[in-house]
Design a binder for this molecule. Structure first.
Ligand SMILES: [Zn+2]
Length: 325
């Protein structure tokens, strides 16, 4: 493997590498569904956008001057159960993480997401339906090179018994562990290198999950109103209530990786480094990005090239390198 530090900021060996270009959608595509927490129907369209614009959400149901919400880490206004971003006018979009994970997994840098309500539709609770939409719309290369965020030193953020420890690495990799008392979830641990086209098969289909004993409290708080067996894995005691069971034996930790991939894409670029996490969640994912961007010596922008992540045109796509139960 080539050392990224030798290839990122210097002349690229034309024989062994090629500059990775930014990507957008080839055409617009739409869908409708319900919001997991609001329970309300929402119509969404994914649309092409110019280079260097990033992912931008647009609330078509509010005044035109207040519609735009950039998908950026510093626009996160709530990260307790889902990731919500908002603008200065107080207009918000919630539960963006699975859609953001799909953009990351497809290597899409620039897109406009139109929504006529305050929450991204939950679809089946995973990122797979969004990847399907993006692939149907078509994914095109644009004229500008893609940039990545390369970790230059380790950063740790904690919240009680949870932590994220990010370390420099030659590609994007994760080492995640979750620990729930409930039997079907219990402890799950998974390490992967996310570099080579397997995001779709290994992570994207993992669904969000919830516990029956928490549902009443959530609904009293006006949350999870759209949650059902159609869009979440539901756990009751030591049983999984979904008739078809799980999509992966360790679907829960894979979903936590999916959430993190989506939340970290609010950095605006793929990250080159290893993310180690114990009991991660949306708030901790965002806290990590705040810590990262506060410390300019912790990271640098580098030009993506195919030598940086061997064999990978889509840098956030994944290669399963090591999995443990
Ligand atoms: Zn999720």
């Amino acid at each position: 493997m080539l050392d990224p530090s030798e290839t990122c900021n210097t002349a690229i060996d034309a024989k062994n590498s090629k500059v990775v270009l930014q990507k957008s959608l080839k055409s617009s595509i739409g869908c409708s569904g319900i919001g997991l927490h609001s329970g309300k129907k929402v119509t969404m369209s994914l649309n092409p956008s110019h280079t260097n614009t990033g992912i931008v959400f647009r609330r078509t149901d509010v005044n035109i001057e207040n519609q735009i919400i950039p998908a950026r880490w510093d626009c996160v206004v709530d990260a307790r159960l889902a990731t919500t971003i908002g603008n200065d006018a107080g207009v918000c979009v919630s539960t963006i993480e699975h859609l953001m994970a799909a953009f990351a997994g497809c290597g899409i840098d620039n897109a406009i997401v139109n929504l006529d309500g305050p929450e991204v539709p939950i679809m089946d609770g995973s990122a797979a339906p969004f990847i399907f939409l993006m692939e149907c719309a078509g994914i095109i290369e644009q004229s500008e090179p893609r940039r990545a965020i390369k970790l230059e030193k380790s950063i740790k953020v904690t919240d009680g018994n949870k932590y994220i420890l990010a370390c420099p690495d030659q590609a994007f990799s994760v080492d995640f562990e979750i620990d729930f008392e409930e039997t079907p979830v219990a402890k799950q641990k998974l390490s992967m290198r996310l570099i080579n086209g397997t995001f779709k098969t290994e992570i994207s289909r993992a669904r969000t999950f919830g516990f029956v004993h928490e549902v009443d409290a959530l609904r009293e708080a006006g949350l999870a109103l759209g949650g059902s067996l159609d869009n979440a894995v539901v756990i009751s005691g030591d049983k999984i209530l979904n008739g078809d069971g799980l999509r992966y034996d360790d679907e829960f930790v894979r979903h936590k990786i999916l959430d993190c991939v989506g939340d970290l894409y609010l950095s605006g670029s793929p990250i080159i480094g290893q993310i180690n996490a114990l009991r991660p969640g949306h708030a901790l994912n965002n806290k990590f990005l705040h810590s990262l961007f506060q410390d300019e010596s912790a990271w640098s922008y580098v030009r993506m090239d195919s030598a940086l992540v061997p064999g990978a045109a889509h840098s956030w796509d994944q290669e399963l390198s090591l999995a443990t139960a």
